[in-house]
Design a protein around this ligand. Structure first.
Ligand code: NDP
Length: 452
């Protein structure tokens, strides 16, 4: 039998990789993880966590404005970007430390290095020029942001990576894209005081979401002063007196301080040496895996965004844990990817679980729709022009709630709880049998009576 240095070498210490490595180590495996940047991965270091902290920061401007209707007088509020970034960085460093500590206390080894596969069982650590061998390898390298190659002057643009570390809050910013990151950062910049343009190539933002959520969200962004340009594509960017002149393909030009692209993320499989290992990739260059996250090379697995399944942190964590249970705990576990709740932390917020109306009609045919749009109680006093929107998509035959869509304050918090009911296959009657909690916005979810 071959003796390997490790039972498991994981490449990438993000959410999925760290969970898998820790569980494997706790099961008694000799486990190591290799990370070239910072421990914690995209979510902790330059994604979900810092983003949410910045979303909190951005929403104070609305709070200050809304407080007037409740009798508060807030003298001209000022915002200091440097304080926000320093405090955010301190929190991220604390979390990174916890991740390292948890790996160490599980008995796993962390190599802060760049890993390249030399052959199916050999990993070369570039910085230290060291080679380690592994019985199993887990690819957990995530995804990476990019600026499309066909944009002339694209090197003048930033992605979310740089947005977390800008030296100043830009006075004006163009955010390109219409997905999670674009909507979230447009809300952050606008809330913090930047003039914000959202430039999206599609006919509507948030493809894949329920059509009413897409349209209503765009209206809400516009009400908040975000300048939304649909069916618009960036042709070129030129530097101009410290600013950027952006020409769109329709010929219009805009001068802004920053241009941020948020047009999806690509699976991080480049220069990993996977070609030496018989690991098959998909057309989008993601690692092709089965339900147990096993690649075409039986001892090499992959979890998280590098597999391009459902690109969300909690899913990567589930997949990493399931992999470790399958390989090191003798419990073969496939991850169930149905009914995963998700939120877009824009302002307002969107929370979704299950199917959109369009998906439900395509999948089950007969569907009942229950929905409401109403002014939140807080807005009756603040005077803010905004609506909360809620929609239940119900199977007309079984009465099962197939989808729940909320746009408005605390939508993410609501959807996490509704997701339990949806996962348990609750019916519309179960929702109706639940007594409302008054006064709340969420109570409307159990008070929807009329089919639309
Ligand atoms: P998304 O896939 O959400 O959105 C990408 C956007 O860019 C879409 O609107 C897409 O339009 C548009 N787009 C694609 N290609 C181009 C192009 N060449 N030029 C212009 N526009 C283009 O990706 P994000 O980058 O927003 O986020 C990456 C991933 O991170 C997502 O998969 C998401 O799951 C995850 N994420 C999750 C968050 C959360 O849970 N809250 C937060 C942030 C990220 P169209 O689809 O119409 O073609």
């Amino acid at each position: 039998m071959t003796n390997y240095d490790y039972d498991l070498v994981t490449i990438g210490a993000g959410s999925g990789g760290v969970r898998a490595t820790r569980i494997a180590a706790l099961a008694g495996a000799r486990a190591a993880v290799v990370e070239e940047y910072r421990t914690g991965g995209t979510c902790v270091i330059r994604g979900c966590v810092p983003k949410k902290l910045m979303v909190y920061a951005s929403r104070f401007s609305e709070d200050f404005a809304d407080s007037a209707g409740f009798g508060w007088h807030v003298p001209h509020a000022t915002f200091d970007w440097a304080t926000l970034i320093a405090n955010k960085d301190r929190e991220i460093a604390r979390l990174e430390g916890l991740y390292k500590k948890n790996l160490a206390s599980a008995g796993a080894t962390l190599f802060e290095d760049r890993a390249v596969m030399r052959d199916p069982h050999t990993v070369h650590l570039l910085k230290s020029d060291k080679t380690i061998t592994a019985k199993h390898v887990l690819i957990a390298t995530g995804g990476r942001a990019f600026v499309p190659e066909d944009v002339e002057g694209g090197d003048l643009a930033i992605t979310s990576n740089e947005a977390f570390h800008l030296p100043h809050l830009p006075k004006s910013v163009m955010v390109v894209g219409g997905g999670y990151i674009a909507i979230e950062f447009a809300g952050i910049f606008k809330g913090l005081g930047s003039r914000t343009l959202l430039v999206h190539h599609g006919e509507e933002i948030l493809r894949g979401f329920d059509h009413e959520i897409r349209e209503r969200m765009r209206h809400e962004l516009q009400k908040r002063g975000i300048d939304v340009h649909l069916k618009s594509v960036v042709a070129s960017i030129r530097a101009e007196a410290g600013r950027k002149r952006v020409r769109l393909k329709d010929g219009t030009e805009h001068v802004v301080d920053e241009v941020m692209f948020a047009v999806g993320r690509r699976p991080n499989t480049g220069a990993l040496g996977l070609e030496h290992c018989g690991v098959e990739l998909t057309e989008r260059r993601a690692v092709k895996v089965d339900a147990y996250s096993r690649s075409s090379q039986p001892h090499i697995y992959a979890v998280g965004d590098v597999t391009d399944r459902v690109n969300l942190t909690p899913v990567a964590i589930r997949e990493g844990h399931a992999f470790a249970d399958t390989v090191f705990n003798g419990r073969p576990t496939a991850v169930d990817h149905a009914d995963i709740p998700t939120a877009v932390f824009g302002t307002p917020e969107i929370g979704v679980v299950g199917l959109s109306e369009e998906q439900a009609r395509a999948q089950v045919g007969q569907v009942d729709i229950y929905k409401t749009a109403f002014r939140p109680m807080r807005a009756t006093m603040s005077g803010r022009d905004t609506l909360i929107f809620m929609k239940l998509v119900v199977d007309a035959v079984s009465e099962r709630v197939l989808g729940c869509h909320v746009m408005g304050e605390a939508a993410a918090e609501m959807i996490q709880c509704v997701a339990i009911a949806v996962k348990m296959k609750a019916t519309k009657r179960d929702f109706d049998a639940t007594v409302a909690l008054h006064p709340s916005a969420a109570e409307e979810l159990v008070l929807l009576k009329t089919k639309s």
